[in-house]
Unconditional design. Sequence first.
Length: 75
Amino acid sequence: MRRNAFAAALFLLISASAAGCVIVPRYQREWLADPAMDSSGDQLAQRSLRKMHGAREGAAGGDGLAAGGGCACGQ
């Protein structure tokens, strides 16, 4: 009985660790490259600051990025 439980636990451990090894198709990689997936979080924080600055100043553009509306609704 104890041997079967150990074998079942070992099987579950191996199958759970093997589930993380997958080849991602090229057309799905863009979703994994989201700034929220970055471990440093710096890109997401910079985007948040740019959005806040654009909404506060009531203008967009001037920082080398495409200009949009000033209300920050479409960002």
